[in-house]
Design a binder for this molecule. Structure first.
Ligand SMILES: Cc1ncc(COP(=O)(O)O)c(C=O)c1O
Length: 362
């Protein structure tokens, strides 16, 4: 068994700060000196209610969530939100517009089509999702209830570095793979959702943030587990929540608050991604996938001259203590995920490895 932690570039579940992992480990047998372990404690207990309250307060502080917005911890992953957003916000037949910038956006629009008239205003498939739309590249339909976008395309390695123009419509975002890692204006959105397993903690927990408008939209007769109002009324405790996940998220946000808050994470993430992109731009040996303006700080994707070289790159990287660099199975190549908990030293090690690999193979 390895005694040291290796460089973990996984796309999610992903690396967590070691101090958070230790805090979670300490809570397993005994949560906050109650004599009851984290996994054994009632979600209706006072001690767990404090965890939920702290988690909500930290989300609000770290992400500057407006006071009148509702913060929910749900299950079913971001994938359930593809359907749940449309189910709650659209009436049958109503229109909603989507910017289709990758696999997750394709899945989101597919689910929305089950409910209403969901239309792709822009689709990057023909260009292998290397790029993102500019604000002038689409026109939101007058009748569209909302515009939906994916802030960071985990698989292709593209990311908006501004809030897309909703042209006066309600704005909905899947923030799964860059939440709490890059600047975000929650107040410009009516609903955002994110699976926790990249920057916020473990899988199986989804953060959903709703404006008063979004919360009020739910249609009567919506099944309880899919109804935002039901979850909001019970403070995310309508049914048994992912208690473990909420605890880890609370500790992750505590870690962030102790390390410069969102701005601290932004500064560290900018430095990490600039280091890796400067290596990718240094030599024609590396072939970055995303166009420059759309490059993601969170997931950096590139190819090598041949699939054989990519395979030997991955094999040698693994032998050098670097995991999770294989591109998503749908696109191949290399992907390095640089989420909040990944240390700059891991990117430095990767860049040194790349330079050595190029010398040996170039
Ligand atoms: C941007 C984005 N949206 C949605 C998902 C799906 O999330 P989940 O597996 O939590 O349903 C992912 C998963 O990686 C993602 O990266």
């Amino acid at each position: 068994m390895p005694t040291e932690r290796i460089h973990n570039f996984n796309a999610g579940p992903a690396v967590l700060p070691l101090s958070v992992v230790h805090e979670v480990a300490a809570a397993l047998p005994n949560l906050h000196n109650t004599g009851i372990g984290l996994l054994e404690c009632s979600h209706r207990s006072k001690v767990f209610q404090e965890v939920v309250d702290n988690a909500v307060a930290r989300v609000r502080r770290v992400l500057s969530v407006p006071e009148d917005y509702t913060i929910l911890f749900l299950q079913g992953g971001a994938s359930l939100q593809f359907y749940m957003t449309a189910l709650n916000l659209l009436r049958p037949g109503e229109a909603a517009d989507y910017l289709v910038t990758g696999t997750w956006a394709q899945k989101a629009i597919k689910e929305a089509k089950r409910i209403g008239d969901a239309k792709a205003l822009w689709d990057g498939a023909a260009n292998q999702f290397r790029d993102l739309p500019g604000d002038g590249d689409y026109k939101v339909r007058d009748e569209a209830v909302y515009l939906h976008y994916t802030s960071n395309n985990t698989i292709y390695g593209t990311e908006y570095h501004r809030t897309p123009d909703a042209q006066g419509h309600h704005l909905i975002a899947d923030l799964s793979s860059d939440i709490a890692g890059v600047p975000v204006n929650i107040a410009a959105h009516d609903l955002v959702y994110a699976g926790a397993q990249k920057n916020l903690g473990p899988s199986g927990l989804t953060l959903v943030i709703l404006s008063p408008w979004a919360l009020a939209r739910t249609a009567p007769g919506t099944p309880a587990m899919l109804d935002y109002q039901v979850h909001a009324k019970d403070g995310s405790l309508y049914n048994t929540p992912n208690a473990f996940g909420i605890y880890v998220l609370e500790r992750m946000l505590n870690f962030m608050e102790q390390n410069g808050g969102l701005q601290g994470a932004i500064d560290r993430n900018r430095a990490k991604s600039e280091l890796l992109y400067s290596e990718l731009d240094r030599s024609g040996f590396w072939r970055p996938h995303a166009v420059r303006e759309a490059r993601s700080w969170m997931n950096v994707t590139w190819r090598l001259p041949t699939p054989e070289l990519e395979e030997s790159f991955l094999k040698a990287a693994k032998a050098a203590g670097m995991e999770g660099l294989k591109g998503h199975r749908s696109v191949g190549g290399i992907r390095a995920s640089l989420y909040n908990a990944l240390e700059l030293s891991s990117v430095q090690a990767l860049v040194a490895f790349m330079q050595d690999f190029e010398k040996r193979s170039g």
